[in-house]
Design a protein around this ligand. Structure first.
Ligand code: UD1
Length: 418
């Protein structure tokens, strides 16, 4: 069994360069299919989810290899337009391949990605967008069959600003004749990164980062080299870690504008934050205090992916903080594990109330999902004694080396194989 073991009680100091963004690189890897050429993804994070995306590309007949920290993908050959169920089950984001495969092949078949540890995660908006572009989409026995060899640019209106549906619509629109306008698009920085990548391939996409994205389809595309943006959620995790454990850290290469809701919350809790070009410094010398309610919402609101790690930072704060989770139904599963360490958190539907306690005690806990798992490690940093976190495959889906990075900042954290 693989565990992360944390000895609590050490403050953090030093600097760290944050890995490339998982949520950028996954749609970008899907987008490489559109190029039919060689693409070099610089600073690609080495993650379980990236391995799964590579397995999907290889299954489709493409080639991929690592060259140092870069991933080189050759999509010249595409021998299949079908993703088997075992790969779809490994990662929900496999659904990102739907729009890209459809645009390149005129057809795509895959199984339904189903629910996940955060609760039901429908893909109705993805499918509706593809249908609007003229694809015939059949859902049958847990499988999705898409056909559309002559997609037509048009207006795609999303009922919700879904990140994945926005990306799938953009990818499919690259293969559609004429102009597509995606309205009520999600505005996440990772969508801007996808746009930048597509434009380097020769596509014409504009407006990402706003609610309206315009795609001129059917441009001749070719390979390119692209460096993914840094991972704002990993950055949020390390800022929350320093807030939880106390200390003085600097994160390099992070775009502070992507993190302002998180840094505002940590600032309100008593941390000193200096944000500028090239990095963010966080100093935390005093015990934290409870803050105004934290409501998760689509970007530029407070990210649902940072909810658990901020909660972990506030477990020993003075006072009370209310969290309202508006994005996913089942995103408080880490709370039951935090209680084992002596935390005081109560949940009522979408609301969690954190009352700061004076001390936490190390315990054996189990990661329930990616960010919830990171939150348990952060709780361990401030607990007395040893905390052991099980089921760390969840954490490794999104963090290249969480224990190693925390050690670099002075924490006592080890990955153990028993
Ligand atoms: C992306 C991120 C994930 C983050 C989430 C919300 C990636 C790879 N993952 O996930 O880390 O937590 O954004 O910021 O980028 N919805 C529907 N129907 C759909 C699609 C979504 O009802 O067809 C709902 C979802 O259930 C959820 C909300 O829309 O309640 C937002 O989900 P969405 O933005 O699509 O998240 P993902 O793209 O899956």
């Amino acid at each position: 069994m693989e565990l992360i073991s944390v000895e609590g009680g050490r403050s953090l100091s030093g600097q760290l360069t944050v890995q490339g963004a998982k949520n950028s690189v996954l749609p970008i890897l899907a987008a490489t299919i559109l190029s039919g050429d060689v693409c070099r993804i610089c600073g690609c994070p080495r993650l379980r989810d990236v391995d799964t995306a590579v397995e999907i590309l290889q299954h489709l007949g493409c080639r991929a290899h690592w060259a140092g920290g870069d991933l080189v993908v050759d999509t010249t050959q595409l021998t299949s337009s079908e993703i088997p169920e075992e790969l779809m089950r490994k990662m929900r984001s496999s659904v990102m391949f739907l729009g890209a495969i459809l645009a390149r092949c005129g057809r795509a078949d895959m199984s339904y990605p189903g629910g996940c540890e955060l609760g039901p995660r429908p893909i109705d908006l993805h499918l509706a967008a593809l249908r609007t572009l003229g694809a015939e989409v059949r859902e049958e026995g847990g499988n999705i069959h898409c056909r559309g060899s002559s997609l037509q640019g048009t207006e795609v209106v999303l009922n919700l600003p879904s990140v994945g549906a926005t990306e799938n619509a953009i990818l499919a629109a690259c293969g559609a004749e004429g102009v597509t306008t995606v309205s009520n698009a999600a505005r996440e920085p990772e969508i801007v990164d996808l746009q930048d990548f597509l434009n380097k391939l020769g596509a014409r996409v504009q407006g990402a980062g706003t609610s309206t994205v315009v795609v001129e389809g059917k441009q001749p595309l070719h390979g390119c080299e692209h460096r993914v943006i840094s991972d704002r959620i990993v950055a949020a995790t390390y800022l929350a870690a320093a807030a939880a454990a106390g200390g003085d850290i600097r994160l390099e290469g992070v775009d502070w504008r992507h993190l302002s809701t998180v840094t505002n919350a940590l600032g309100a809790a008593g941390c000193r934050i200096q944000s500028g070009d090239g990095g963010i410094r966080l100093q935390c010398r005093e015990p934290l205090r409870g803050i105004h309610p934290v409501r998760t919402s689509p970007y530029p609101g407070f990210p649902t992916d940072a909810q658990a790690v901020l909660m972990a930072a506030l477990l020993r704060s003075r006072g009370t903080t209310v969290f309202v989770e508006n994005m996913f139904e089942n995103r408080y599963r880490h709370v039951a594990e935090l209680l084992r360490l002596g935390a005081d958190v109560r949940i009522e539907g979408r609301v969690a109330v954190v009352c700061g306690v004076s001390r936490l005690q190390g315990a054996r806990v189990r990661a329930t999902d990616l960010r919830g798992g990171a939150a348990l490690v952060l709780a361990g940093l401030q607990a007395e004694g040893t905390t052991q976190v099980e089921a760390i495959h969840h954490i490794e889906r999104g963090y290249e080396d969480l224990p190693g990075d925390l050690v670099q900042l002075g924490a006592c954290v080890r990955r153990i194989v028993t």
